[in-house]
Write a protein that binds this ligand. Structure first.
Ligand SMILES: Cc1ncc(COP(=O)(O)O)c(C=O)c1O
Length: 390
Protein backbone atom coordinates (compact mmCIF):
# COMPACT_ATOMS: atom_id res chain seq x y z
CA UNK A 1 0.00 0.00 0.00
CA UNK A 2 1.12 3.51 -0.69
CA UNK A 3 0.80 6.83 1.06
CA UNK A 4 -2.34 7.45 -0.97
CA UNK A 5 -4.28 5.35 1.55
CA UNK A 6 -3.61 8.03 4.15
CA UNK A 7 -5.03 10.91 2.11
CA UNK A 8 -8.33 12.65 2.73
CA UNK A 9 -10.01 10.98 -0.30
CA UNK A 10 -13.58 9.70 0.12
CA UNK A 11 -13.94 5.98 0.37
CA UNK A 12 -15.52 5.45 -3.07
CA UNK A 13 -12.84 3.23 -4.63
CA UNK A 14 -11.12 0.07 -3.41
CA UNK A 15 -7.61 0.51 -1.98
CA UNK A 16 -5.29 1.71 -4.75
CA UNK A 17 -2.46 -0.80 -5.06
CA UNK A 18 -0.04 1.32 -7.11
CA UNK A 19 0.74 5.03 -7.55
CA UNK A 20 1.55 5.81 -11.16
CA UNK A 21 3.76 8.79 -11.88
CA UNK A 22 4.51 8.65 -15.60
CA UNK A 23 3.43 7.03 -18.87
CA UNK A 24 4.58 6.82 -22.49
CA UNK A 25 2.59 4.90 -25.10
CA UNK A 26 1.54 1.58 -23.57
CA UNK A 27 4.03 1.82 -20.70
CA UNK A 28 3.45 3.18 -17.18
CA UNK A 29 5.93 3.74 -14.32
CA UNK A 30 5.07 3.71 -10.62
CA UNK A 31 6.58 5.80 -7.82
CA UNK A 32 9.21 3.12 -7.19
CA UNK A 33 10.37 3.22 -10.82
CA UNK A 34 8.73 -0.11 -11.75
CA UNK A 35 7.49 -0.47 -15.32
CA UNK A 36 4.06 -1.82 -16.35
CA UNK A 37 2.30 -2.59 -19.64
CA UNK A 38 -1.00 -0.73 -19.61
CA UNK A 39 -3.67 -2.95 -21.19
CA UNK A 40 -6.58 -1.08 -19.60
CA UNK A 41 -5.90 2.50 -20.80
CA UNK A 42 -7.55 4.14 -17.80
CA UNK A 43 -10.73 2.22 -18.63
CA UNK A 44 -10.67 2.69 -22.41
CA UNK A 45 -9.63 6.35 -22.22
CA UNK A 46 -6.00 6.67 -23.38
CA UNK A 47 -6.64 5.13 -26.80
CA UNK A 48 -3.58 6.86 -28.27
CA UNK A 49 -1.40 5.77 -25.35
CA UNK A 50 0.12 7.94 -22.64
CA UNK A 51 1.76 11.29 -23.34
CA UNK A 52 0.95 11.19 -27.05
CA UNK A 53 3.10 14.03 -28.48
CA UNK A 54 0.31 15.56 -30.61
CA UNK A 55 -2.12 15.66 -27.69
CA UNK A 56 0.49 16.89 -25.21
CA UNK A 57 1.52 19.66 -27.61
CA UNK A 58 -2.10 20.70 -28.27
CA UNK A 59 -2.80 20.93 -24.52
CA UNK A 60 0.39 22.95 -23.87
CA UNK A 61 -0.26 25.38 -26.73
CA UNK A 62 -3.91 25.86 -25.79
CA UNK A 63 -3.03 26.38 -22.11
CA UNK A 64 -0.77 29.24 -23.16
CA UNK A 65 -3.36 30.67 -25.60
CA UNK A 66 -6.86 30.59 -24.10
CA UNK A 67 -8.11 28.42 -21.25
CA UNK A 68 -11.72 29.43 -20.76
CA UNK A 69 -14.33 32.01 -21.76
CA UNK A 70 -17.67 30.18 -21.05
CA UNK A 71 -20.25 29.08 -23.57
CA UNK A 72 -21.59 32.62 -23.83
CA UNK A 73 -18.85 33.09 -26.44
CA UNK A 74 -17.52 31.09 -29.36
CA UNK A 75 -14.22 29.19 -29.41
CA UNK A 76 -12.65 27.52 -32.43
CA UNK A 77 -11.69 24.02 -31.23
CA UNK A 78 -15.24 23.37 -30.04
CA UNK A 79 -16.78 23.97 -33.47
CA UNK A 80 -14.09 21.93 -35.23
CA UNK A 81 -14.53 18.93 -32.93
CA UNK A 82 -18.31 19.05 -33.37
CA UNK A 83 -17.90 19.01 -37.17
CA UNK A 84 -15.46 16.09 -37.07
CA UNK A 85 -17.67 14.04 -34.72
CA UNK A 86 -20.67 14.68 -36.98
CA UNK A 87 -18.68 13.48 -40.01
CA UNK A 88 -17.34 10.35 -38.27
CA UNK A 89 -20.78 9.39 -36.96
CA UNK A 90 -21.71 9.34 -40.61
CA UNK A 91 -24.83 11.44 -40.74
CA UNK A 92 -23.33 14.78 -41.70
CA UNK A 93 -26.41 16.57 -40.45
CA UNK A 94 -26.30 16.42 -36.68
CA UNK A 95 -25.42 18.70 -33.80
CA UNK A 96 -23.25 18.23 -30.73
CA UNK A 97 -23.56 19.30 -27.08
CA UNK A 98 -20.28 19.16 -25.16
CA UNK A 99 -19.96 18.20 -21.50
CA UNK A 100 -17.32 16.72 -19.21
CA UNK A 101 -17.98 12.98 -18.82
CA UNK A 102 -19.88 9.96 -20.06
CA UNK A 103 -22.60 10.29 -17.43
CA UNK A 104 -23.14 13.93 -18.41
CA UNK A 105 -23.34 12.98 -22.09
CA UNK A 106 -26.09 10.47 -21.22
CA UNK A 107 -27.85 13.02 -18.99
CA UNK A 108 -27.92 15.38 -21.97
CA UNK A 109 -29.32 12.59 -24.18
CA UNK A 110 -32.04 11.76 -21.63
CA UNK A 111 -33.05 15.41 -21.24
CA UNK A 112 -33.03 15.87 -25.02
CA UNK A 113 -35.25 12.80 -25.49
CA UNK A 114 -37.74 14.10 -22.92
CA UNK A 115 -37.83 17.55 -24.54
CA UNK A 116 -38.15 16.05 -28.03
CA UNK A 117 -40.96 13.68 -27.03
CA UNK A 118 -42.96 16.22 -25.01
CA UNK A 119 -45.10 15.91 -21.87
CA UNK A 120 -46.34 12.44 -20.97
CA UNK A 121 -43.62 10.67 -22.99
CA UNK A 122 -40.60 10.69 -20.76
CA UNK A 123 -39.65 7.05 -20.14
CA UNK A 124 -36.25 5.75 -21.25
CA UNK A 125 -35.88 1.98 -21.71
CA UNK A 126 -32.44 0.42 -21.26
CA UNK A 127 -31.10 -3.09 -20.78
CA UNK A 128 -30.21 -5.16 -17.76
CA UNK A 129 -26.43 -5.44 -17.47
CA UNK A 130 -25.92 -1.98 -18.94
CA UNK A 131 -23.84 0.85 -17.51
CA UNK A 132 -24.66 4.47 -18.29
CA UNK A 133 -23.17 6.49 -15.40
CA UNK A 134 -23.47 7.38 -11.72
CA UNK A 135 -25.58 10.55 -11.64
CA UNK A 136 -29.06 9.87 -10.27
CA UNK A 137 -30.72 9.65 -13.70
CA UNK A 138 -27.95 7.70 -15.44
CA UNK A 139 -27.71 5.40 -12.40
CA UNK A 140 -31.39 4.58 -12.88
CA UNK A 141 -30.78 4.05 -16.62
CA UNK A 142 -28.00 1.64 -15.63
CA UNK A 143 -29.59 -1.82 -15.62
CA UNK A 144 -28.01 -3.04 -12.39
CA UNK A 145 -30.65 -2.96 -9.62
CA UNK A 146 -28.13 -3.67 -6.84
CA UNK A 147 -26.43 -0.34 -7.61
CA UNK A 148 -29.80 1.48 -7.30
CA UNK A 149 -30.84 0.29 -3.87
CA UNK A 150 -28.78 2.55 -1.55
CA UNK A 151 -29.91 5.65 -3.46
CA UNK A 152 -33.67 5.17 -3.75
CA UNK A 153 -35.82 6.95 -4.66
CA UNK A 154 -34.16 7.52 -8.03
CA UNK A 155 -35.65 9.85 -10.67
CA UNK A 156 -38.79 8.38 -12.22
CA UNK A 157 -38.96 7.35 -15.86
CA UNK A 158 -36.63 4.39 -16.41
CA UNK A 159 -37.41 0.78 -17.34
CA UNK A 160 -35.19 -2.19 -18.03
CA UNK A 161 -35.52 -5.17 -20.35
CA UNK A 162 -33.42 -8.29 -20.88
CA UNK A 163 -30.31 -7.69 -23.01
CA UNK A 164 -30.77 -8.69 -26.65
CA UNK A 165 -34.43 -9.65 -26.15
CA UNK A 166 -36.32 -7.79 -28.88
CA UNK A 167 -39.73 -9.19 -27.87
CA UNK A 168 -39.39 -7.88 -24.33
CA UNK A 169 -38.34 -4.50 -25.68
CA UNK A 170 -41.31 -4.41 -28.05
CA UNK A 171 -43.64 -5.26 -25.15
CA UNK A 172 -42.15 -2.49 -23.04
CA UNK A 173 -42.59 0.39 -25.49
CA UNK A 174 -45.91 2.03 -24.65
CA UNK A 175 -47.03 5.63 -25.35
CA UNK A 176 -45.07 6.94 -22.33
CA UNK A 177 -41.70 5.91 -23.84
CA UNK A 178 -39.46 8.58 -25.39
CA UNK A 179 -36.33 6.58 -26.13
CA UNK A 180 -34.39 3.35 -26.01
CA UNK A 181 -30.82 3.64 -24.66
CA UNK A 182 -28.33 0.85 -25.44
CA UNK A 183 -24.59 0.16 -25.64
CA UNK A 184 -23.32 -1.52 -28.84
CA UNK A 185 -21.16 -3.69 -26.59
CA UNK A 186 -22.07 -3.82 -22.90
CA UNK A 187 -18.68 -2.83 -21.49
CA UNK A 188 -18.99 -2.83 -17.70
CA UNK A 189 -21.55 -5.63 -18.03
CA UNK A 190 -18.82 -8.00 -19.21
CA UNK A 191 -17.94 -6.99 -22.82
CA UNK A 192 -21.03 -8.47 -24.50
CA UNK A 193 -21.66 -7.32 -28.10
CA UNK A 194 -25.27 -6.54 -29.07
CA UNK A 195 -24.99 -8.06 -32.54
CA UNK A 196 -26.28 -6.76 -35.89
CA UNK A 197 -29.59 -8.60 -35.79
CA UNK A 198 -30.57 -7.11 -32.41
CA UNK A 199 -29.49 -3.56 -33.27
CA UNK A 200 -31.26 -3.68 -36.64
CA UNK A 201 -34.44 -4.94 -34.96
CA UNK A 202 -34.18 -2.17 -32.34
CA UNK A 203 -33.77 0.43 -35.10
CA UNK A 204 -36.84 -0.90 -36.92
CA UNK A 205 -38.85 -1.01 -33.67
CA UNK A 206 -37.89 2.57 -32.75
CA UNK A 207 -38.94 3.76 -36.22
CA UNK A 208 -42.23 1.86 -36.05
CA UNK A 209 -43.12 3.23 -32.58
CA UNK A 210 -41.73 6.74 -33.12
CA UNK A 211 -39.20 6.63 -30.26
CA UNK A 212 -35.54 7.65 -30.29
CA UNK A 213 -32.70 5.15 -30.51
CA UNK A 214 -29.91 6.47 -28.27
CA UNK A 215 -26.60 4.60 -28.49
CA UNK A 216 -24.13 4.96 -25.63
CA UNK A 217 -20.67 4.92 -27.26
CA UNK A 218 -18.88 6.20 -24.15
CA UNK A 219 -16.70 3.09 -23.90
CA UNK A 220 -16.94 1.77 -27.47
CA UNK A 221 -16.65 4.97 -29.52
CA UNK A 222 -13.73 6.35 -31.54
CA UNK A 223 -12.13 3.27 -33.03
CA UNK A 224 -12.01 1.02 -29.96
CA UNK A 225 -14.15 -1.75 -31.51
CA UNK A 226 -12.60 -1.64 -34.98
CA UNK A 227 -15.07 0.90 -36.39
CA UNK A 228 -15.35 4.59 -35.56
CA UNK A 229 -18.47 3.73 -33.57
CA UNK A 230 -19.79 0.38 -32.39
CA UNK A 231 -23.18 0.85 -34.10
CA UNK A 232 -21.38 1.01 -37.46
CA UNK A 233 -20.66 -2.75 -37.18
CA UNK A 234 -24.40 -3.33 -37.17
CA UNK A 235 -25.48 -1.24 -40.17
CA UNK A 236 -27.73 1.20 -38.30
CA UNK A 237 -27.67 4.94 -37.62
CA UNK A 238 -28.96 5.98 -34.18
CA UNK A 239 -30.86 9.24 -33.55
CA UNK A 240 -28.60 10.18 -30.62
CA UNK A 241 -25.02 9.08 -29.83
CA UNK A 242 -23.05 9.75 -26.66
CA UNK A 243 -19.24 9.70 -26.42
CA UNK A 244 -16.62 10.54 -23.77
CA UNK A 245 -13.65 8.47 -22.52
CA UNK A 246 -11.30 8.36 -25.56
CA UNK A 247 -12.33 11.75 -26.95
CA UNK A 248 -9.79 13.62 -24.81
CA UNK A 249 -7.25 10.78 -24.42
CA UNK A 250 -7.31 11.66 -20.72
CA UNK A 251 -8.58 15.25 -20.80
CA UNK A 252 -12.12 15.14 -19.36
CA UNK A 253 -14.67 15.68 -22.14
CA UNK A 254 -17.99 14.18 -23.19
CA UNK A 255 -20.35 14.84 -26.07
CA UNK A 256 -23.94 14.16 -27.02
CA UNK A 257 -24.62 14.09 -30.77
CA UNK A 258 -28.15 14.15 -32.18
CA UNK A 259 -29.75 14.15 -35.60
CA UNK A 260 -30.53 17.75 -36.63
CA UNK A 261 -34.30 17.60 -36.16
CA UNK A 262 -33.94 15.88 -32.75
CA UNK A 263 -31.26 18.34 -31.61
CA UNK A 264 -33.65 21.15 -32.54
CA UNK A 265 -35.73 20.25 -29.47
CA UNK A 266 -33.13 22.03 -27.31
CA UNK A 267 -33.34 25.82 -27.30
CA UNK A 268 -31.21 28.29 -25.30
CA UNK A 269 -31.79 27.78 -21.58
CA UNK A 270 -32.73 24.09 -21.81
CA UNK A 271 -29.31 22.66 -21.03
CA UNK A 272 -25.87 24.03 -20.14
CA UNK A 273 -22.58 23.40 -18.37
CA UNK A 274 -19.83 25.82 -17.36
CA UNK A 275 -16.91 23.69 -18.51
CA UNK A 276 -18.45 21.62 -21.33
CA UNK A 277 -16.65 22.21 -24.62
CA UNK A 278 -14.12 24.60 -23.12
CA UNK A 279 -10.97 25.29 -25.17
CA UNK A 280 -8.44 23.10 -23.30
CA UNK A 281 -10.60 19.97 -23.52
CA UNK A 282 -11.66 20.57 -27.11
CA UNK A 283 -8.12 21.42 -28.24
CA UNK A 284 -7.09 18.03 -26.85
CA UNK A 285 -10.05 16.37 -28.59
CA UNK A 286 -9.18 18.10 -31.88
CA UNK A 287 -5.65 16.68 -31.69
CA UNK A 288 -7.00 13.26 -30.67
CA UNK A 289 -9.40 13.07 -33.63
CA UNK A 290 -6.78 14.31 -36.12
CA UNK A 291 -4.28 11.71 -34.87
CA UNK A 292 -6.89 8.97 -34.86
CA UNK A 293 -7.79 9.73 -38.47
CA UNK A 294 -4.14 9.92 -39.55
CA UNK A 295 -3.41 6.57 -37.85
CA UNK A 296 -6.68 4.98 -39.06
CA UNK A 297 -7.30 3.68 -35.55
CA UNK A 298 -10.38 1.59 -36.47
CA UNK A 299 -8.23 -0.53 -38.83
CA UNK A 300 -5.48 -0.75 -36.22
CA UNK A 301 -7.98 -1.88 -33.58
CA UNK A 302 -9.40 -4.51 -35.95
CA UNK A 303 -5.99 -5.95 -36.79
CA UNK A 304 -4.52 -5.70 -33.31
CA UNK A 305 -7.74 -7.06 -31.78
CA UNK A 306 -7.58 -10.16 -33.99
CA UNK A 307 -3.90 -10.67 -33.15
CA UNK A 308 -4.43 -10.26 -29.39
CA UNK A 309 -7.53 -12.47 -29.29
CA UNK A 310 -5.66 -15.24 -31.17
CA UNK A 311 -2.83 -15.09 -28.60
CA UNK A 312 -5.25 -15.14 -25.65
CA UNK A 313 -7.32 -18.01 -27.05
CA UNK A 314 -4.23 -20.24 -27.00
CA UNK A 315 -3.76 -19.88 -23.23
CA UNK A 316 -4.71 -23.15 -21.53
CA UNK A 317 -6.63 -21.55 -18.65
CA UNK A 318 -8.83 -19.44 -20.94
CA UNK A 319 -12.37 -20.68 -21.63
CA UNK A 320 -13.39 -18.05 -24.20
CA UNK A 321 -12.37 -14.68 -25.62
CA UNK A 322 -15.11 -12.23 -26.64
CA UNK A 323 -15.48 -8.61 -27.66
CA UNK A 324 -14.96 -6.39 -30.67
CA UNK A 325 -11.66 -4.94 -31.87
CA UNK A 326 -9.55 -3.96 -28.85
CA UNK A 327 -12.34 -4.21 -26.29
CA UNK A 328 -11.82 -7.77 -25.14
CA UNK A 329 -12.98 -9.99 -22.28
CA UNK A 330 -11.11 -13.15 -21.36
CA UNK A 331 -13.43 -15.66 -19.71
CA UNK A 332 -11.34 -17.81 -17.41
CA UNK A 333 -11.66 -21.49 -16.70
CA UNK A 334 -13.96 -22.67 -13.92
CA UNK A 335 -12.58 -21.91 -10.46
CA UNK A 336 -10.37 -19.00 -11.52
CA UNK A 337 -11.04 -15.70 -9.74
CA UNK A 338 -10.59 -12.83 -12.22
CA UNK A 339 -9.93 -10.33 -9.41
CA UNK A 340 -7.09 -12.48 -8.10
CA UNK A 341 -5.69 -12.91 -11.62
CA UNK A 342 -5.83 -9.13 -12.28
CA UNK A 343 -4.01 -8.45 -8.98
CA UNK A 344 -1.34 -11.03 -9.81
CA UNK A 345 -0.98 -9.57 -13.34
CA UNK A 346 -0.39 -6.13 -11.82
CA UNK A 347 2.32 -7.60 -9.57
CA UNK A 348 3.85 -9.09 -12.71
CA UNK A 349 3.74 -5.75 -14.56
CA UNK A 350 0.51 -5.91 -16.58
CA UNK A 351 -2.50 -3.64 -16.00
CA UNK A 352 -5.89 -5.26 -16.74
CA UNK A 353 -9.09 -5.45 -14.68
CA UNK A 354 -11.72 -7.98 -13.65
CA UNK A 355 -14.84 -6.93 -15.54
CA UNK A 356 -16.87 -9.79 -13.98
CA UNK A 357 -15.88 -12.25 -11.22
CA UNK A 358 -14.75 -14.69 -13.93
CA UNK A 359 -13.55 -12.44 -16.79
CA UNK A 360 -10.66 -10.06 -17.37
CA UNK A 361 -11.06 -6.95 -19.53
CA UNK A 362 -8.30 -5.87 -21.92
CA UNK A 363 -8.50 -2.46 -23.63
CA UNK A 364 -4.97 -1.50 -24.66
CA UNK A 365 -3.99 1.57 -26.63
CA UNK A 366 -5.19 1.38 -30.24
CA UNK A 367 -1.54 2.01 -31.21
CA UNK A 368 -0.34 -1.07 -29.28
CA UNK A 369 2.43 -3.04 -31.02
CA UNK A 370 2.59 -6.80 -31.67
CA UNK A 371 5.63 -7.04 -29.39
CA UNK A 372 3.64 -5.42 -26.54
CA UNK A 373 0.73 -7.81 -27.15
CA UNK A 374 3.14 -10.78 -27.11
CA UNK A 375 4.56 -9.53 -23.79
CA UNK A 376 1.09 -9.10 -22.29
CA UNK A 377 -0.02 -12.60 -23.35
CA UNK A 378 3.26 -13.98 -21.96
CA UNK A 379 2.68 -12.28 -18.59
CA UNK A 380 -0.88 -13.61 -18.41
CA UNK A 381 0.31 -17.10 -19.31
CA UNK A 382 2.84 -17.04 -16.46
CA UNK A 383 0.36 -15.55 -13.98
CA UNK A 384 -2.39 -18.06 -14.84
CA UNK A 385 0.11 -20.92 -14.68
CA UNK A 386 1.43 -19.82 -11.29
CA UNK A 387 -2.05 -19.33 -9.82
CA UNK A 388 -3.18 -22.70 -11.21
CA UNK A 389 -0.21 -24.40 -9.60
CA UNK A 390 -0.63 -22.67 -6.22
C1 LIG B 1 -20.98 2.75 -21.61
C2 LIG B 1 -20.69 3.77 -20.55
N1 LIG B 1 -21.53 4.80 -20.40
C3 LIG B 1 -21.31 5.75 -19.47
C4 LIG B 1 -20.22 5.69 -18.62
C5 LIG B 1 -20.00 6.76 -17.59
O1 LIG B 1 -18.94 7.57 -17.96
P1 LIG B 1 -18.24 8.52 -16.88
O2 LIG B 1 -17.58 7.63 -15.89
O3 LIG B 1 -17.28 9.34 -17.70
O4 LIG B 1 -19.32 9.35 -16.27
C6 LIG B 1 -19.31 4.62 -18.76
C7 LIG B 1 -18.14 4.50 -17.86
O5 LIG B 1 -17.55 3.46 -17.70
C8 LIG B 1 -19.56 3.64 -19.74
O6 LIG B 1 -18.73 2.59 -19.90
Amino acid sequence: MTDLQDTRLMNTYPPQPVTFVRGVGSVLWDDAGRQYLDFLSGLAVTSLGHAHPAVAEAVCVQAKTLLHVSNLFGTEPQRQVAATLDRLIGAGSGRVFFCNSGAEANEAAIKLARKWAGPGRHVVVSAYGSFHGRTLATLHATGQPAKHEPFQPLPEGFRHVAWRDIDQLAGCIDPTVAAVLLEPVQGEGGVNPAGAEYFQSVRALCDERGVLMIVDEVQTGLGRTGAWFGFQHYGVLPDVVTVAKALGNGMPIGACWARDDVAAAFVPGDHATTFGGQPLATAAARAVLATMEAEDVPARARNAGAYLAAGLEKLPEVKAVRGLGLLIAVELDEGKDAGRVAAAALDAGLVVNAVTPTALRLAPSLLVTEAEMDDAVGILERVLGALGAS
